[in-house]
Design a protein around this ligand. Sequence first.
Ligand SMILES: C[S@@+](CC[C@H](N)C(=O)[O-])C[C@H]1O[C@@H](n2cnc3c(N)ncnc32)[C@H](O)[C@@H]1O
Length: 200
Amino acid sequence: MTPTAPTTTAHRPIAESWLFFRRWLADPRAMGSVAPSSAALRRRITRHVRRDADELVVEFGGGTGPITGALLDSGIPADRLCSFEIDPALADHLRRRHPDVTVFADDCRKAPELLGQARCGTVGTVVIGIPMITFPLAFQREVLDATFRILRPGGRFLLYSFMPHSPLDRKALELTGERLAFTPLNLPPASVWGYRRAEG
Ligand SMILES: C[S@@+](CC[C@H](N)C(=O)[O-])C[C@H]1O[C@@H](n2cnc3c(N)ncnc32)[C@H](O)[C@@H]1O
């Protein structure tokens, strides 16, 4: 689904935090946290994004758009950035906030079909913002299947999480992964993890 003539929304942090909190009240499991990602967490995520000039960056769970904005500020062109957000109110906000970014108001598990065959395998980094730990293993497998179908061969995805340990069971999901960064300056304190498909 693509935006129809969006108009830009000015960045209003308090209004965005309030919108986020209301959506958390409506669906705590899908939201996973009570507030948008902090500036400290955004910096730690963008630092680890990798892409070649012609590659895309794809975000799963755009929320109110703090990571989306940080990715743009880090130099990723808007036409190389796509964000999936399942909550219609948040997707609507995201489109107005970042009108040049392609926002899919849909489930990130549909990313391969919604991006289309031609863009599968052309994504430098997937940034997963959805709270994977709150979902069962079967759902996690579906998200990772979509992730690896769109990532370039051998590509890495980033996942931010509020757990002290790996938010994904690396053995069960056949992943290698490590903690890349941590910040106490987020509500709650958060880590950034990077994962790839385990070899062989
Ligand atoms: C922890 S919030 C992160 C929001 C934002 N990226 C940030 O850093 O503040 C998780 C977001 O993932 C979205 N989400 C949850 N499940 C999803 C799914 N299956 N597909 C797309 N978005 C999903 C939620 O609606 C929510 O906006």
